[in-house]
Design a protein around this ligand. Sequence first.
Ligand code: ATP
Ligand code: PAF
Ligand code: BAL
Length: 291
Amino acid sequence: MKTVTTVAELRTALAEHRRAGKSIGLVPTMGYLHVGHMELVRRARSENDVVVASIFVNPLQFGPNEDLAKYPRDLARDERMLTEGGIDFLFAPGVADMYPRPIETVVDLPKLGSELEGAVRPGHFAGVATVVTKLFNIVQPDRAYFGEKDFQQLQIIRRMVEDLAQPVEVIGVPTVREADGLACSSRNVYLTTEERRAAAVVPKALDEAERLIAAGETDPAAVEKGVTDFLRSEPLARPEVVALRDPETLEPVSEVGEKAVLLLLFVRFGTTKLLDNRVIAPKSTRLAKVA
Ligand SMILES: Nc1ncnc2c1ncn2[C@@H]1O[C@H](COP(=O)(O)OP(=O)(O)OP(=O)(O)O)[C@@H](O)[C@H]1O
Ligand SMILES: CC(C)(CO)[C@@H](O)C(=O)[O-]
Ligand code: BAL
């Protein structure tokens, strides 16, 4: 694996492979890697001739009061993990490499990007869409890999690629979890021992939603309230988003049970924000599965 920090160097290295007709897979990350990231790497490795991972803690997607400065970083450890994962290039630019001048051009999805997590983090998804577009332009990958853990991000990137005809296949990878069900996340290291124990309530809240819907609840507001109450039964959990939505458009649903619905959670423990979600299958499929 070769670590590259400048746009020019990466472009030169990849041009040769592209000329030789090799397919290129991209795994964009902010580093401090864990087994969730490595699952993206494994998928990319199995589906492409050349694999590029990027590590860039993108200032554009952090709000003024967010954790940009303290975001966990360990490049040497990440390099070891990516070498083991068998990737070809690590693109690890500095801020001056990615943004030599303050950026004037922004990719924004004002509607999709301002809801749910976007309502709690104004401007976040414009920062994500802009940096992902720039990474796509630099790497020109055939395929790019994103985790379903960040479900809204994945749908925003899919929509951006469709709207702007970006020539990339976007691949969503299922969420990798810890033994107690908590989704692996770089920010889990911020949790105190007590908060980490308490955080197991988040995946359990997804089960609670399934239970309520399987028991016949069809009113989305009632399911959202049931899940919020369940989360609040854990004193350290502060639910900020508990929303049932259409999995593709992310729009509110009027009823649950007939169609697949997305449950999206954004829950704070102290200053740490945790995300999780589940697409809950329609009743008919669940019955079919039982039969
Ligand atoms: N548990 C996971 N399973 C699958 N993919 C994941 C998981 N965690 C992160 N990813 C994906 O890895 C990519 C890079 O994510 P990122 O570097 O922000 O890590 P993260 O663990 O989500 O960090 P944070 O704690 O800051 O949210 C994203 O596409 C993200 O969805
Ligand atoms: C996609 C991404 C690498 C863009 O900075 C980031 O939002 C992330 O790690 O999910
Ligand atoms: N994991 C998504 C990137 C972020 O929280 O900024």
